[in-house]
Design a protein around this ligand. Structure first.
Ligand SMILES: Cc1ncc(COP(=O)(O)O)c(C=O)c1O
Length: 386
């Protein structure tokens, strides 16, 4: 029998086990309230669905250009110009198969085996695991409440030598925290000065609750406001409520376009064409109004959790600046978050994500609660938790 590769020996997503157990419980009890999934509970906006139906009659849905259809690249560029005031054109945009596809392509295009890439802990596990599968050396920066669970220039200065890459996410998964615009700018300048590629995962942009610096609550900013040498990653999965459509994108410095094109044309040919034609309609006013209404619901759900959890004695919560997560310290309740979540599901039907996916050091003391679902589910979940 042929042996499997060493590179495939990476960690799985442990939260998938929770999803499996929740699906099983749904079949046997029918009472599951899932706060475990990192995705909206709503379909794509109505104009996207209508555009897809129209396209079914008029488009062939063959392969598209590797970097994405021009109409979509133009819409994405327009969106970034409007949201961040940056100077960006369709040629700066590379459309990918989800942001997950963007990360794999980018890591291959920018890093070699043995290169060091720095990520935050806690953080989104796929960065670490994909980089490991590609033979990169991953350095995790221990980020705690003092820095809003985000990396800082001081942490980079303390490294032995400048890394090949730094990945930041703002708003972040699992913490929801946002990097202050001044700090993101400083990180981008540090990376430019040290020959480090800054990868700024901005896929939760559009879902934010911060009121600005005067309230001590940072608002999101875009890495390209400081440096066009960085790579900005976006996706239709979160704000746009289109996870399964598998579309993401990158804003890339010019020198990376051709390597990315070479890799993508070989590895996937192009991102899904049905999704590309439909997603053009995601950026218009009507879609945005529908999506902004979802964000209002997330805000209401967030307020319920931020008020309700402390009443249950769960008081150590990361500042939920954006995204749709509350990351809670439950060290006083368990030192095995996986078992704790499994027990909770068995006893109450409430599914939460254990912290170990996101934090290999302290994740046994933490859980992530997603508030992307219905408000009534949050009310009921809090009641059952109590
Ligand atoms: C921070 C972050 N980046 C990237 C992704 C991947 O998203 P997608 O491939 O659906 O664009 C996720 C998904 O949960 C995420 O939380």
């Amino acid at each position: 029998m042929h042996a499997e590769s060493k590179r495939s020996g990476i960690e799985p997503f442990h939260v998938m086990d929770v999803w499996k157990a929740a699906a099983q419980r749904r079949r046997t009890h029918g009472d599951v309230l899932s706060l475990a999934a990192g995705q909206p509970s709503t379909p794509a906006p109505a104009p996207v669905l209508a555009a897809m139906r129209d396209a079914l009659d008029s488009e062939l849905f063959g392969y598209t250009e590797t970097l994405g259809i021009l109409e979509l690249r133009e819409e994405i560029a327009r969106y970034h110009r409007a949201e961040s005031g940056i100077d960006v054109d369709a040629e700066d945009v590379v459309v990918t198969t989800g942001s997950s596809g963007a990360f794999t392509l980018l890591f291959l295009a920018a890093f070699d085996v043995g290169d060091t890439v720095v990520v935050a802990r806690p953080g989104y596990p796929a960065y670490r695991n994909t980089l490991a599968a590609l033979g990169c050396e991953v350095v995790e920066l221990d980020c705690g409440p003092q820095t809003r669970y985000q990396p800082t220039v001081a942490m980079l200065d303390a490294l032995e030598r400048p890394p090949a890459g730094l990945i930041v996410a703002s708003p972040a998964n699992p913490t929801g925290t946002v990097i202050d615009p001044d700090e993101l700018a400083a990180l981008a300048r540090w990376c430019d000065d040290h020959g480090t590629l800054l990868v700024s995962d901005e896929i939760y942009h559009g879902i934010e609750f911060g009121r600005g610096a005067e309230f001590g609550e940072p608002r999101t900013s875009c890495a390209w406001q400081t440096s066009r040498q960085s790579v900005v990653v976006g996706s239709v999965s979160k704000y746009f409520s289109m996870t399964g459509w598998r579309l993401g994108w990158m804003l890339v410095p010019e020198h990376l376009t051709r390597p990315l094109q070479r890799l993508a044309s070989n590895m996937t040919v192009c991102p899904p064409s049905v999704s590309q034609y439909a997603a053009v309609a995601a950026f218009g006013e009507e879609s945005r109004a529908e999506l902004d209404a979802h964000v209002e619901r997330y805000a209401a759900n967030r307020a319920l959790l931020l008020e309700g959890l402390p009443q249950l004695g769960i008081t150590k919560l990361a500042p939920a600046d954006g995204a749709f997560y509350v990351y809670a310290d439950i060290a006083h309740l368990t030192d095995d978050s996986v078992r704790w979540c499994a027990d909770l599901l068995t006893r109450t039907g409430v599914a939460l994500a254990p912290g170990i996916d996101f934090d290999t050091a302290r994740g046994n003391h933490t859980v992530r609660l997603s508030f992307a679902g219905a408000t009534d589910d949050i009310v009921q979940a809090l009641d059952r938790l109590s």
